[in-house]
Design a protein around this ligand. Structure first.
Ligand SMILES: [Zn+2]
Length: 59
């Protein structure tokens, strides 16, 4: 399975597409990082791939 993640541009914390997709907009889980991460931050190609293969990510 392809792993889709987003890396916080501010602190480098890696967040899975799963987490981004379930909340759409989330505060970065990194310690003392105020960055806001969005599902839309993923590339169009990654968003499309994730949505098309959503079942695989629900395991
Ligand atoms: Zn961060």
């Amino acid at each position: 399975m392809r792993i889709i993640t987003h890396t916080c541009p501010q602190c480098g914390t890696i967040v899975s597409a799963n987490e981004l997709e379930s909340s759409r907009v989330m505060k970065c889980p990194g310690l003392s990082c105020e960055s806001v991460l969005r599902f839309d931050d993923l590339s169009d190609e990654e968003q499309e791939f994730f949505v098309n293969h959503r079942e695989q990510y629900r395991l």
